[in-house]
Design a protein around this ligand. Structure first.
Ligand SMILES: [Zn+2]
Length: 210
């Protein structure tokens, strides 16, 4: 049962291809397990298609057709993700992305970086937080997207379980706490920069580089 979904605003930006690469991967991972959000994205895509259909036609340049044929004949761009699962234990499409080793930060707190070959500067991380642990209190300058992969955590707004997607904008100053009966692994990306306030945050910031 999924009870927390990305906002319509984010799903519309996803459908339009306007989201940053990091948040896009987090949303794509959510969509792979959420038929409800896949249907929302399809309806936004249909609206976008209808808008294009209603646009006034524009004249093509004289060499327009020739340019289209050149693009068709051009070699395939580098494929952004591996054709086979690199990490079968993870959901699609995350399992096709290279992930680094788990790095120790603090007892009960590890992270690893997810590399996006199509966007090497994107800040996407997996966090692995032990049972009952608090995630460093933080705010951020953009929207933060978190997809719960295993386990569960709560903050002052609710409880989030595997499959849920949490979207926190820059006004949110939250401190998630993992359930007492097991660790929680999340995928997270920020459209902006984290500002970490606690001592663990100050230690984590240069390590993660976000
Ligand atoms: Zn959903």
């Amino acid at each position: 049962m999924i009870s927390h979904h990305p906002s319509d605003d984010s799903l519309a930006h996803y459908a339009a291809g306007n989201l940053g690469a990091g948040p896009r991967l987090v949303l794509a991972t959510h969509l792979s397990g959420c038929p409800q959000c896949r249907a929302r994205v399809r309806s936004f895509e249909a609206v976008g298609g209808a808008l294009i259909d209603s646009c006034a036609p524009a004249d093509l340049p004289a060499d327009g057709l020739e340019r289209v044929f050149r693009l068709i004949d051009a070699p395939e761009p580098i494929r952004p993700v591996a054709p086979v699962a690199l990490h079968p234990e993870l959901p699609e499409p995350l399992r096709r992305y290279p992930v680094g080793r788990w790095r120790f930060v603090h007892p009960g707190f590890r992270w690893r970086r997810v590399t996006l070959p199509e966007a090497p500067d994107a800040n996407v991380i997996m966090l692995r937080v032990g049972a009952g642990q608090k995630v460093p209190q933080h705010t951020h300058t953009g929207t933060e997207y978190t997809q719960v992969l295993t386990g569960a955590f709560s903050d002052s707004f609710g409880r989030y379980r595997a499959g849920d997607c949490v979207e926190a904008d820059e006004d949110v100053d939250h401190q998630p706490v993992v359930d007492p009966d097991g660790e929680c692994i999340c995928l997270a990306a920020v459209d902006g920069r984290l500002r970490l306030d606690s001592w663990i945050g100050r230690m984590l910031q240069p390590l993660i580089g976000i």
